[in-house]
Write a protein that binds this ligand. Structure first.
Ligand SMILES: *Cc1c(COP(=O)(O)O)cnc(C)c1O
Length: 396
């Protein structure tokens, strides 16, 4: 599509390919395979399976439309969609590394990503060194001759810690590594890592891209050479492919992404300021607040603060902190007590006893996840109603 078109136009128009029926909305191709008119045509199409539709583990027109649209929005040359965010991470590591290789990763990671790097890839001889994402010397010092991949997630979960994509990208380039950025927390409406020096953007499309808590999906966006020559052969063969149905849902999600992201961010900033002014709140973490430790980085690399914030309630002992935090959760009538984020509905979690309960207390303390901490992913409800709801359990 025309390169001069802007984000909001690309979000609703790019990638669309119409059938002979000239349908206006994208067609949903629920078919596992595609037919041929002759044996010779079948042979030809199997030989060039990236250019033709043969079997939906390889390619599917609805999935292609989603891939083209997301690539356009991230400013990348090509995209391969996957069944979930985790299968996107699996695919990028399988595409870029082999036994004996080494990954340098931010230590501020989504729990399952950490589990995959440490417990699964480790078994196949791919080792990972974790570094403080904001300590650039630590990134440099962690590089080894066999380092093949750099991995970050920014902002991180649940403390919304940011790292400088451009600066880490330079270190990765000097190391000859592939720099992968998990952009699930922002989406391309808020942050475009490829423009800041990332080689590959990874998504859990389950989050803001669907945006309505319906389906799982994932994606990798990057150069045509890497995506088509390294990622596509793995996904086509191993089969962590996105289903056509989910691709169709996600295509529709992309059409409203920009509007939703704007509203999520505006409401999250409002709630963050409101929480900061509440005497029962000890501290608020939100990249859109001037008090955020990486506020300057946020201003440089994000269009807005995003939808996720975290805050600590008061309490002298861990027991009191947990009691106060749980009182906020149990006082809500509107917020959903669930771990999804980027959803139309506001969600609230107590990381120490849910998403981060399986790591040791020492590891939790090192990551700054106290019993007092709550994570809220702001939805699209009326922002006044969200504040009222969070405030119920904050009263003494
Ligand atoms: C949810 C999430 C993932 C995993 O995605 P799934 O779609 O659940 O597999 C990875 N990274 C981040 C930052 C996430 O929030």
């Amino acid at each position: 599509m025309d390169d001069s078109l802007n984000f909001d136009t690309l979000a609703v128009r790019s990638g669309t390919v119409r059938t002979d029926y000239n349908e206006h909305s994208e067609a949903l191709f629920l078919t596992s395979s595609f037919c041929f008119n002759s044996a010779a045509e079948a042979a030809e199409r199997f030989k060039h399976s990236e250019d033709y539709y043969t079997y939906s583990r390889f390619t599917n027109p609805t999935v292609t439309m989603f891939q083209e649209r997301l690539a356009a929005l991230e400013g990348g040359e090509a995209c391969i969609a996957t069944a979930s965010g985790m299968s996107a991470i699996l695919s990028v590591v399988m595409a870029a590394t082999q036994a004996g290789d080494h990954i340098v990763s931010s230590r501020a990671l989504f729990g399952s990503t950490l589990g995959m790097f440490s417990q699964i890839f480790g078994r196949f001889g791919i080792t990972t060194t974790y570094v403080d994402p904001n300590d650039l010397d630590a990134w440099r010092a962690a590089v080894r001759p066999e380092t093949k991949l750099f991995f970050v997630e920014t902002p991180s979960n649940p403390l919304t810690e940011l790292c400088d994509i451009e600066a880490i990208g330079k270190i990765s380039k000097a190391a000859g590594a592939l720099f992968v950025v998990d952009n699930s927390f922002c989406s391309p409406a808020v942050q475009q890592p490829l423009k800041l020096g990332a080689d590959v953007v990874m998504h859990s499309a389950t989050k803001l891209i669907d945006g309505q808590g319906r389906v799982l999906g994932g994606a990798l966006v990057g150069s045509r050479a890497f995506i088509m020559e390294k990622v596509f052969p793995f996904v086509r063969t191993a089969g962590p492919t996105l289903s056509a149905f989910n691709a169709w849902i996600l295509l529709k999600g992309l059409e409203t992404l920009s509007l939703r992201a704007e509203r999520h961010s505006a409401s999250a900033l409002h709630v963050a300021r409101w929480l900061e002014a509440n005497p029962c709140v000890k501290r608020v973490y939100y990249p859109g607040l001037e008090s955020h430790p990486q506020y300057e980085i946020a201003r440089r690399q994000q269009r807005s603060g995003g939808s996720v914030l975290a805050f600590e309630v008061l309490g002298d002992t861990p027991e009191q902190q947990r009691e106060n935090a749980w009182r906020v959760i149990d006082g809500t009538k509107l917020c959903s007590i669930t771990a999804n984020l980027g959803d139309t509905r506001t969600t609230i979690t107590h990381p120490a006893t849910t998403t981060h309960s399986r790591i040791t207390a020492e590891a939790r303390a090192a990551a700054g996840i106290t019993e007092a901490l709550l994570r809220v992913a702001i939805g699209l409800e009326d922002v006044g109603d969200i504040c009222t709801d969070l405030g119920r359990g904050l009263q003494k």
